[in-house]
Write a protein that binds this ligand. Structure first.
Ligand code: KG4
Ligand code: ZN
Length: 357
């Protein structure tokens, strides 16, 4: 079985070809970072236009890289949401057009399910597993029970963690996107323990997260320092922020591991997914925690953590081989929660309901 996947829900235009033998035959990603940098963040209209301009060329390249023609495909998958709706429409319409022209099944994929199932593509992880999904729009702990079967243990009550990285980067004068820049600056810190930050939610019951207080604390520290910030100040602040996030994550994930083991004594894997999973300090911290708790730790390779189309092709394939596909009347969804039964988090109903930043 061989599937073409398309991803256009945020600021990466991507196309990939994946097989049911867990083989990535092609995987091309075009980042729009340069288009959005002047604005300090993603501009939806700019993103949609860029997807429209580049998507067909990227699909052509992916098909060439895979060495196949449309006639060789078994299905076409595209991100159907959640995300910036203009971009999602571009991807969905393109996939539908290929499906209609070639008489192929079309599979609409939940972008979050793409992240969630990546560990099955890369490491053949069996259900059930515990998933920490950390991206620009999300910070959730989920039990992955099967394809389309998710139970949310916790979510953020305010900012997503990637959002916190991006905002912190802005506060301390680092560029966009913030996560990689904060990580780079923190690695150069000479005095990483110089600043102390609050650790929101640590020790509290449940598995929810909160990051807005942390961001406010960084802002107060910045206010008291001479401007523009020196590189040393930037580095020490970045390290303080990153270490605090890692500590908060470890506390929340530890609680989730306990809850997961209670519900699923047969489960033994902790998976981290989403753009923030590219952070090496966070990965190391989770790796150590998993080892201590007797869990296997799986983190996909960096390029499969941030947005890509291989994960969309794979999630589409997982659904398709279970006999699932979508009609050409599928309507792109700006919101699409993985666990529709989960109650919205207090204070930030949009985050829990599957919206993407
Ligand atoms: O999954 P993703 O590529 O897009 C969304 O679906 O949101 O995640 C993007 C987020 C951004 O907030 C970015 O700053 C963050 O992931 N990110 C990182 C790192 N690389 C990307 N955060 C921390 N450390 C990193 N190395
Ligand atoms: Zn994503």
């Amino acid at each position: 079985m061989i599937i073409l996947g398309i991803e256009t829900s945020c600021d990466e235009t991507a196309a990939a070809v994946v097989t049911d033998a867990r083989e990535i035959r092609a995987d091309v990603v075009l980042s729009q970072i340069a288009d959005h940098t002047p604005y300090g963040g993603v501009v939806p209209e700019v993103a949609a236009r860029a997807h429209l301009e580049h998507l067909d060329g990227l699909i052509r390249r992916a098909m060439e890289d895979a060495g196949i023609g449309f006639a060789d495909l078994d299905a076409v998958a595209a991100t159907g949401g959640p995300g910036l709706i203009g971009g999602v429409i571009v991807g969905v319409m393109t996939a539908k057009a290929i499906a209609a022209a070639r008489n192929l099944p079309f599979v609409a994929v939940n972008h979050l399910e793409g992240h969630a199932l990546t560990a099955r593509l890369t490491d053949d992880v069996a259900f059930p597993y515990l998933l920490l999904l950390v991206s620009g729009g999300h910070c959730q702990l989920l039990v992955v029970e099967g394809v389309g079967k998710y139970r949310r243990l916790g979510t953020t009550i305010d900012d997503a963690v990637g959002e916190a990285f991006d905002k912190t980067a802005k506060l301390i004068g680092l560029g966009y996107p913030g996560g990689p820049q904060v990580e780079k600056a923190a690695a150069a810190a000479t005095n990483p323990d110089r600043f102390e930050l609050p650790r929101p939610m640590v020790g509290r019951p449940g598995c929810d997260f909160s990051f807005s207080g942390l961001k406010a604390a960084v802002r107060r520290l910045v206010e008291d320092l001479p401007k523009p910030l020196s590189e040393a100040d930037q580095a020490d602040l970045a390290a303080a922020f990153q270490n605090t996030v890692a500590a908060v994550m470890a506390d929340r994930v530890k609680r989730a591991i306990r809850a997961f083991k209670e519900a699923h004594p047969e489960g033994s894997t902790l998976v981290v997914a989403g753009g923030v999973a590219a952070n090496k300090v966070l990965r190391a911290r989770l790796d150590a925690l998993a080892a201590k708790e007797g869990m296997r730790f799986v983190a996909p390779p960096l390029r499969l953590c941030t947005d890509n189309a291989a994960m969309i092709a794979w999630a589409g394939l997982e659904r398709f081989r279970l006999g699932q596909s979508d009609g050409l009347d599928f309507a792109p969804r700006p919101r699409w929660p993985l666990d529709p039964t989960a109650k919205p988090a207090i204070g930030r109903p949009d985050v829990g309901s599957g919206v993407k930043a």
